[in-house]
Write a protein that binds this ligand. Structure first.
Ligand SMILES: [Zn+2]
Length: 347
């Protein structure tokens, strides 16, 4: 299944079908469904009775294997930390991770799952591409997200992209093309994927049962899947509470923030704070918030009382904190300090 805003990309891509590029780089904003698109594209390329528009038939042996995650000519490569989330990854690592989870506490004792695509994963991929097709058709590799390739892995992949094995198609997916090696980019056919128009995205969200689609879409920078995740976010009540605290400006209760938010992941709260400060700056410069338009009143009241230079300095502090957010920190102290700093902006 592809999303409704992707049909144009789908149709235009089918025109490449007769001379399919050996590596396609699908890139665009996070949260617009690039991975699902790539997976559907892979299914269509592997299908043994595709429809005229390139859609997989959904009934042949290849389609069935694909759905079960065990098509012999398909590989998806993702960082370990994502494998369980993506499910049906069809590679041994994902299965190993599931087994780990099944073992419960025992399985958790090892190292934390890697957020990078490691060289061992790329090497395993090279073994896959060096043997022939099992079904006599294409072999397809989805690589997601490409910015997670570490340097060694990227260089190993580069060798393959430079001398592509025949009949192998790479679908490389990235939300951060600026973080890819230029040599990788230049070996791929680039395919930018657009963020859907706000009306189309809001209509789709409404179909998913989301009631305040425009506000959530704004918070998610226009990306519908990110907005949907926000709608189902178990921390939504705390996020709204935090925004109320921030909108209170000089009356923000920093100690209550520390107390109330201490159980939440530090990166999550820092993300809210950072977007709030971006919106304050946007309010001052353009008079229009980007992420929290539903809080426009509070943002305008706060922005009017703030010194732009002090706000910029404060944003720097939050950004610096984000750089170390994955280290073990005392969340309560971090939050208290940051919210105290925020309140002081109004002094
Ligand atoms: Zn099929």
């Amino acid at each position: 299944m592809i999303y409704p805003w992707q049909t144009d990309d789908w149709q235009r891509l089918q025109q490449l079908r007769s001379h399919w590029p050996h590596a396609l780089l699908l890139h665009g904003q996070a949260g617009i469904g690039k991975l699902q698109f790539a997976q559907h594209l892979a299914k269509g390329l592997l299908c043994e009775a595709p429809q005229a528009n390139g859609e997989p038939c959904g009934a042949c042996a290849a389609c069935n294997w694909f759905v079960q995650g065990n098509h012999p000519d398909y590989r998806i490569v993702v960082p370990e930390a994502l494998a369980a989330e993506i499910g049906q990854a069809g590679d041994d690592e994902a299965k190993a991770e599931k087994a780990d989870k099944a073992e419960g506490e025992e399985g958790k004792k090892g190292r934390a799952p890697s957020k990078e695509i490691r060289i061992e994963q790329v090497r395993a991929l090279l073994d896959f591409t060096s043997v022939g097709s099992h079904r006599g058709g294409l072999r397809v590799v989805v690589l997601y997200p490409a910015e997670a390739l570490n340097v060694a892995a990227a260089n190993a992949l580069l060798k393959t992209l430079e001398e592509p094995p025949s009949g192998v198609v790479f679908l490389v997916v990235s939300a951060r093309i600026d973080r890819l090696l230029p040599t990788i980019i230049s070996r791929c056919r680039q395919w930018p994927m657009a963020t859907p128009a706000p009306e189309a995205a809001a209509a789709w969200l409404a179909q998913q049962g989301v009631d305040d689609a425009p506000a959530l879409l704004a918070q998610a920078g226009g990306a519908p899947l990110a907005a949907l995740a926000l709608a189902h976010d178990e921390n939504r009540t705390l996020r709204d509470w935090t925004l109320t605290q921030l909108a209170a400006g000089p009356a923000c209760d920093a100690f209550a923030c520390g107390e109330t938010l201490q159980k939440l992941p530090v990166p999550l709260v820092l993300g809210w704070l950072q977007r709030w400060v971006y919106d304050l700056l946007a309010e001052r410069t353009a008079g229009r918030p980007r992420y929290f338009p539903q809080a426009a009143g509070g943002l305008a009241r706060c922005a009017a009382k703030l010194d732009a230079a002090a706000l910029a300095r404060y944003l720097k502090t939050v950004t610096q904190q984000r750089a170390v957010e994955n280290h073990p920190l005392n969340a309560r102290l971090v939050f208290e300090e940051l919210f105290l700093g925020y309140r002081e902006l109004f002094a």
